[in-house]
Design a protein around this ligand. Structure first.
Ligand code: TXE
Length: 479
């Protein structure tokens, strides 16, 4: 069992109390016991990050790149171990867990390169004898607050980017899945990061939120949309810079001219992959009437073939729901959809497995419409509704009739339709003939408000949030 301590100012520290995590595939197994941090712990971590800032921002560039690369190497080397821990603590399948750990390794390698690749700019000035130099400086101390659904990838893409651009960090991972963050802290320590440049505080964000905002220069948060709104409000008095990656209610459109197999595979992966617990997962499947019946018949067959079970079993396609609050939330949406008149075509019930866990059959509703709660609020589970529409115009209108705008997808073989959708979609991500979830590490990731706020993550786009621009004039005419 993991004993989770805080990592503050280069030291592992006990906290006054501990909180256990339970394996969602096996409720009889405690995975770890983790520090519940106090406000004083968070303040110490922020103070350590502040002290470490001058040293880290002027740290030798090659040494900083080497350090991040070493962490990436360690993540690759331990991907199976981390993937297994992920499966035990979060409930994703072992394949998904190893995939996520590998992604974290790739992210560190990318940002190792970014340390030396990130450019500034030079402009000729309109003033004789002057140059203008634009440089991108670290913002300062970053609080990174992360959710339970990607316990290693999301901390990796916030921490690696923050450190690469010369910031110091306090990471507060989800209280449901902190195990991987501890491994990440160990790796940063072993790679030789100067003390205080990275700090880990565990526990419930509700108790630490205001401290983590007030004591930092910037807060990068991924989680629920209402929490994001709260953080934005809490940051207003200090004007702490805020980046929010929030929920999605992502539409996947299937047009009459779609390749049926491609459409079904993309819809199934986007909807039920990783137990539907991806902010980019498909939750509304919008299908034009000509292909509707054939598509639905195939999709129902596809979902029937998915095996729900213990995350570590080799034949499991879909692991359990990650925790009890999320399981209960899914069931509430299912009951509401039924009472709203949606037709249950698959799932909708808890599933028995060889162990006691939060197993939910992948669920599909038919004959839904966009006004139902099922189609308006983020479920964040293996649950989706099909909405039948007349034509492409109506499909676009329905897709956009939603407050959230993170990802969106379309299945079509018509280039004109694909291009029109790419242009007209209001989402931050548009996926054509491929699932709504799943973006490479080197390209911008995120949505428009209220799905996202304050600059994109990943790739070179993350520099927008993790750096501050300085415009400098140099009068060399005096020389
Ligand atoms: O999120 P929270 P939860 C959505 C999804 C899910 C719901 C709840 O719909 O059902 O959120 O999940 C910390 N100040 N997503 O409860 O509460 C908290 O400790 C500062 C979407 O996990 O937002 C954790 O570290 N921090 C999503 C983190 O915020 C606070 C991913 C996320 O917790 C805080 C996960 C506060 N006041 C869930 N309150 C996505 N967009 O990918 C909580 N936290």
């Amino acid at each position: 069992m993991i004993k989770g301590r805080n990592f503050i100012d280069g030291q592992w520290r006990e906290a006054a109390s501990l909180l256990p995590t339970i394996n969602p595939s096996d409720l009889d197994e405690t995975v770890g016991e983790y520090a519940v941090s106090s406000v004083a712990d968070a303040e110490e971590a922020l103070a350590a990050a502040r002290r470490a800032l001058p040293g880290w921002r002027s740290y030798n560039t090659q040494a900083r790149a080497d350090l991040l690369r070493k962490v990436g190497d360690a993540l690759y080397a331990r991907a199976e171990e981390i993937g297994t821990l992920l499966s035990r603590e979060e409930g994703k399948t072992l394949k998904e867990g190893i995939g996520e750990a590998t992604r974290a390794a790739q992210v560190f390698h990318f940002y190792a390169g970014e340390v030396v690749r990130h450019p500034g700019q030079w402009y000729p000035s309109l003033r004789d004898g002057h140059n203008v130099i634009i440089s991108y400086e670290p913002v300062g101390v970053i609080s990174a607050i992360t959710p339970w659904n990607f316990p290693i990838a999301i901390p990796a893409w916030k921490v690696a980017a923050a450190l690469a651009y010369g910031n110091t960090v306090v990471l507060k991972p989800s209280e449901f899945t902190p195990g991987c963050a501890i491994i990440l802290a160990e790796m940063l320590e072993q790679a030789g990061l100067p003390k205080g440049a990275f700090n880990l505080v565990l526990g419930d964000g509700r108790a630490l939120g205001q401290t983590l905002i007030d004591g930092a220069d910037a807060v990068s948060f991924t989680g629920a949309t209402p929490t994001g709104r709260k953080i934005l409000q809490m940051a207003a008095p200090t004007m702490t810079k805020v980046q929010l990656e929030l929920g999605g209610k992502n539409p996947f459109i299937v047009l009459d001219d779609a390749d049926l197999d491609v459409a079904v595979a993309a819809a199934a992966q986007g909807t039920w992959g990783q137990t539907g617990q991806r902010c980019t997962g498909s939750e509304r499947i919008i299908v034009t009437k000509g292909i509707h019946d054939a598509f639905v018949e195939k999709l129902v067959k596809a979902v029937a073939g998915l095996k729900v079970g213990h995350a570590l079993d080799a034949d499991t396609d879909i692991g359990p729901v990650a925790n009890k609050p999320q399981f209960d939330k899914n069931m509430t949406f299912i009951e509401k959809a039924k009472s709203d008149g949606a037709e249950l075509a698959a799932g909708g019930v808890a599933v028995e497995a060889r162990t006691r866990g939060y197993f939910l059959a992948p669920t599909l509703f038919l004959n839904t419409h966009n006004e139902m709660a099922l189609n308006r609020e983020e479920v964040f589970g293996p649950v989706a509704g099909v909405i039948k529409v007349e034509d492409f115009d109506e499909a676009i209108a329905v897709a956009k009739d939603c407050e959230l705008a993170l990802s969106s997808g379309i299945a079509t073989t018509n280039l004109k339709h694909a291009e029109r959708y790419r242009r007209e979609s209001n989402a931050g991500l548009v996926m054509v003939n491929t699932p709504t979830a799943g973006v490479d590490y080197h390209v911008p990731f995120g949505g428009r408000a209220p799905s996202g706020y304050g600059g994109r993550e990943q790739g070179t786009a993350s520099a927008e949030f993790f750096t501050e621009i300085k415009t400098a004039y140099i009068n060399h005419g005096v020389l």
